[in-house]
Structure formats: C-alpha cells, structure tokens
Design a protein. Structure first.
Length: 256
C-alpha cells in the first residue's frame, strides 16, 4: 500500500513537471513539433500509469472495507458464540462453582467455533464488532453496562493483535483469542463492584442463600485479578483445542 502511494506521488510529480514545461514553452512561443510530441507521449504514459496505480489503490481500499458477507459472518459466529456460552451459563444454576468456573469453561468450549471464525477473518473490525454485540447482549440479559468497557476493549485489542499478523499468524491468533476471552470476566463485575445490591437481587430472584453466599465467597475483589489471568490462559487453551479440531480450515485460510 505504501509503495503504491509513493509511486502515485512520484508519477504525480512527473506529470506536473511535464505540464509546467509545456506551459512555459507555450508562453515563450517555443513550439517544435517533435519536442511537443515527446512531451505529450511522456505525459500520457505518466497519466496511464497514475490511473493504473490509483485503480490498484482503490481496489486495495475496497478489499479492506467490511462487505455484506463480512457482516453476515459476524452475525453467524457471534450468534453461535452467544448460544454456546448461554448453554454453559444455564449450567450455573446447578452450582455456584460452575458460575465461578465460567472463566474457564466458556473460553475453552467456545474456542472451537471461534477458531472457525478466526479462520474467516481477513479484515479489521470483525472481532471488535463481535465484542460490541456481546456487550449489548450482556446488558439485555441483566448484566448492566458495568462490564461493557472491558468487553469492548478486549475485542478491540484482540482485533489489533490479530491484525498485526495480517490475520494469518497462528501466534497472534493464539494471543488474540486469549485477550478476546476476557469479555467473560466482564460478566463478574456486578459481583465485584456492586456486591450488596447484586446479592440482594439474586436473593429476590429466587436463588438459595447458601448458593449466593458461596458465589460471593468465590468471586471477590481479591480473587478477581486471579480470575482474569485464569480466563486469559483458558482462552489460549481454547484456541489450541479449537485449532486442533478445525485444522483443515486453518490450513485453507493460510494461518500458520
């Protein structure tokens, strides 16, 4: 891309110089037909090359813009991600230990569909949009907007990491998904930042007192940093498992 821009700049300079010489000679009344023919030929060659490079630049820019099919891919895999994690979350009704274990279970289990998703990502913004949609869904399902900044930031950073490897580097994908998985810890923030009110809302919602007490013993301001680290590591584990399952898709996408 930078090479094309430099070429366009150089050719623009050539064309401008030719036009300046043409204009100067006209003012001086100097009109040898041969010289004008050479200048015109040079100018036309420069213009044609300029147009070709400009078209190449435009095609490059269009290729890096999100198209309708990209948004369809985003919608499909975000929906799959949400459905899978909802199944895991419903298991949380069985035990507070499962709820505390979301930071491990969700990144690992969703690693398979997410690696399929990563194998189809070629443009910046797709992972970020997914994180924004997840943040909105967390709000709709009663988690509030407390964790939205973490969720969106995790998606944006994950997108930038994957982009730094042109979405073709396995190492960058590996780390990127670990960071993206941190959206899960955003769902714990109400337990940490608004513990009293959130605890009361759970009790009023029909949860058993012993269930709630155990949960708030497991998820506290002191354990929250540990949960973040565990979630990140679990995300990378999920990436490895996901890659093993969808290896052919990675090979087809050229991710190495």
């Amino acid at each position: 891309m930078e090479e094309s821009q430099h070429s366009l700049l150089r050719l623009t300079t050539v064309v401008e110089k030719v036009d300046a010489i043409w204009s100067k000679n006209n003012k001086m009344g100097y009109k040898p037909e041969l010289d004008y023919a050479n200048l015109e030929e040079l100018r036309m060659i420069g213009c044609k090359r300029y147009t070709a490079l400009a078209n190449r630049r435009d095609r490059f820019m269009n290729q890096n813009k999100l198209q309708v099919r990209d948004f369809i891919t985003i919608g499909i895999f975000t929906a799959i991600l949400w459905v899978v994690q909802m199944v895991i979350m419903y298991l949380g009704f069985l035990s507070p230990f499962i709820v505390a274990g979301y930071a491990v279970l969700i990144p690992i289990v969703t690693g398979i569909p997410m690696m399929l998703y990563y194998a189809r990502i070629e443009k910046f913004g797709m992972i970020t949009i997914t994180s924004v949609i997840v943040a909105i869904l967390l709000f709709i399902f009663g988690m509030g907007l407390t964790g939205a900044p973490i969720c969106i930031a995790a998606g944006l950073i994950a997108d930038l990491i994957a982009k730094s490897g042109n979405y073709k580097s396995w190492k960058k994908t590996f780390v990127s998904y670990g960071v993206f998985s941190l959206w899960v810890v955003a769902s714990y923030l109400p337990l940490v930042l608004t513990a009293d009110s959130y605890k009361q809302s759970l009790l009023e919602g029909g949860y058993d007192a012993s269930f709630v007490d155990t949960l708030f013993t497991l998820v506290t301001p002191k354990t929250y940093p540990v949960i973040i680290v565990i979630c990140f590591i679990s995300g990378m584990v999920g990436a490895v498992i996901g890659k093993a399952v969808v290896r052919k898709n990675f090979e087809k996408a050229g991710i190495v």
